[in-house]
Design a protein around this ligand. Structure first.
Ligand SMILES: *Cc1c(COP(=O)(O)O)cnc(C)c1O
Length: 397
């Protein structure tokens, strides 16, 4: 008799985005003449750059010729792409070997799957608020998760834990708060992890939005991080690959935990990927290679600058209105403190009814998000301007 994985019943129904859609639809149906504007999406909106498109076309054309056709590639990724990713780290003074890089079809899958190489008895901690994947995948696998509060007075980053923790998820720049960890803050966690033989899983999906040169774009810029950290990243937000699908994970040879020799964890992730995954699309990997060329990087940076221009408009607009807003300086997300102690969902309704703008209730990212509201800089400029104009004009606070 087949039995289900009962951990699925431990997970509350995925509520946030379906509830947003439900409330938005209900409002639109009862107000047919009103145009609803969106500042809530965590998805890219601008087209791929010419260099990336040429890379993807090259990938397609190679498949059309018997001399260049390739079928299955290496599950770990195209050697040239792994090399190019390693080179990109070198540009920031970080020495990563191409064999420490595992190419995948995205950072969501990697942050979801990485827990499978660690035992169920590990104590897991996540930032509160956080990207829901870290919590949900650990619950589904049968673990419980501790929340590390990210208080305003610590710039929305957690304090170093003072209890036993084995696996620590960190995301910087953070989704949803837009906060970026300093080298000193990361250093505190790296020291903790080395002292306790713990492992940090570091999600750097938004690293290319960091404008401040003093902020680390990779945790490996911190001494000792290669001994204790797995870093995940993606072409989704940096190059507009949200629908194209390409990411990578670095599992350093030096990474080790109690009773396990160096290289073992790298070999385990290799085994996991070669067993459960058959490699990213060869077409898409050509696109990724193109994105990493100097021309590709320059073009992608222009699009990031465009989104960050949206962030500036949102921040200035809300600040002028007297609202308190964090983030949005080195990240595409802005984290608004909701005035008058309203709850996140009550403010969602108020914003929709008064300004006709849809944002994301902070409480959807964990209990620590209650009382906050996430606004996103992804979107077309004219829509952002219109939405902010409406908030300035119509929202009562
Ligand atoms: C968007 C996002 C990712 C990227 O996921 P992909 O699967 O590569 O598209 C990863 N982590 C966070 C926190 C994100 O917001």
């Amino acid at each position: 008799m087949a039995k289900i994985n009962e951990n699925y019943d431990r997970l509350p129904a995925s509520y946030l985005f379906s509830e947003i859609a439900k409330r938005t639809k209900a409002y639109q149906e009862s107000h047919p003449g009103v145009r609803v504007m969106r500042l809530g999406i965590g998805n890219t909106t601008e087209p791929l750059t010419p260099t990336v498109i040429n890379g993807l076309k090259l990938g397609v054309e190679k498949l059309a010729d018997v001399k260049t056709y390739t079928g299955y590639g290496e599950e770990q990724g195209n050697k040239r792409l792994r090399q190019a990713i390693a080179e990109d780290y070198k540009g920031r003074g970080v020495d990563i070997d191409a064999s420490e890089v595992f190419v995948s079809d995205g950072a969501k899958c990697d942050t979801a799957n990485i827990q499978s190489i660690f035992g169920l008895e590990n104590i897991v901690a996540v930032q509160d608020p956080a990207y829901p994947v870290y919590v949900d995948t650990n619950i589904l696998s049968g673990r419980n998760v501790l929340y590390m509060p990210c208080p305003e007075e610590n710039n929305f980053f957690p304090f170093v834990p003072n209890q036993k923790i084995d696996l620590i998820y960190l995301c910087s720049p953070n989704n949803p708060t837009g906060a970026v960890a300093t080298k000193k803050q990361l250093s505190g966690f790296v020291d903790f992890a080395i002292r306790n033989k713990a492992v940090i899983i570091y999600d750097a999906a938004y690293s290319s939005f960091i404008r401040d040169e003093n902020l680390p774009r990779s945790i490996y810029e911190v001494d000792g991080a290669k001994e204790c950290t797995i870093e995940v990243n993606s072409f989704s937000k940096s190059a507009g690959f949200t629908g194209v699908r390409l990411g990578w994970t670095v599992v350093p040879f030096d990474l080790s935990v109690e009773g396990v020799e160096p290289r073992k964890i790298n070999a385990m992730w290799n085994r996991r990927q070669t067993t459960f995954f058959n490699g990213a699309s060869n077409i898409v990997q050509e696109g990724g290679l193109a994105a990493l060329t100097p021309e590709g990087q320059e073009e992608c940076q222009k699009i990031i600058d465009y989104y960050m221009g949206n962030a500036d408009i949102i921040r200035e607009g809300l600040t002028t209105k007297g609202l308190v807003v964090y983030g949005g300086v080195n990240a595409p997300y802005l984290w608004m403190k909701i005035p008058n102690n309203l709850k996140s969902w009550d403010f969602f309704d108020k914003m929709l009814e008064e300004a006709h703008v849809v944002g994301t209730p902070g409480s959807g990212f964990g209990p620590g998000g209650e009382g906050y509201f996430r606004l996103s800089a992804f979107g077309h400029r004219e829509n952002v301007i219109e939405a902010i104009g409406s908030i300035k004009e119509n929202l009562t606070i």
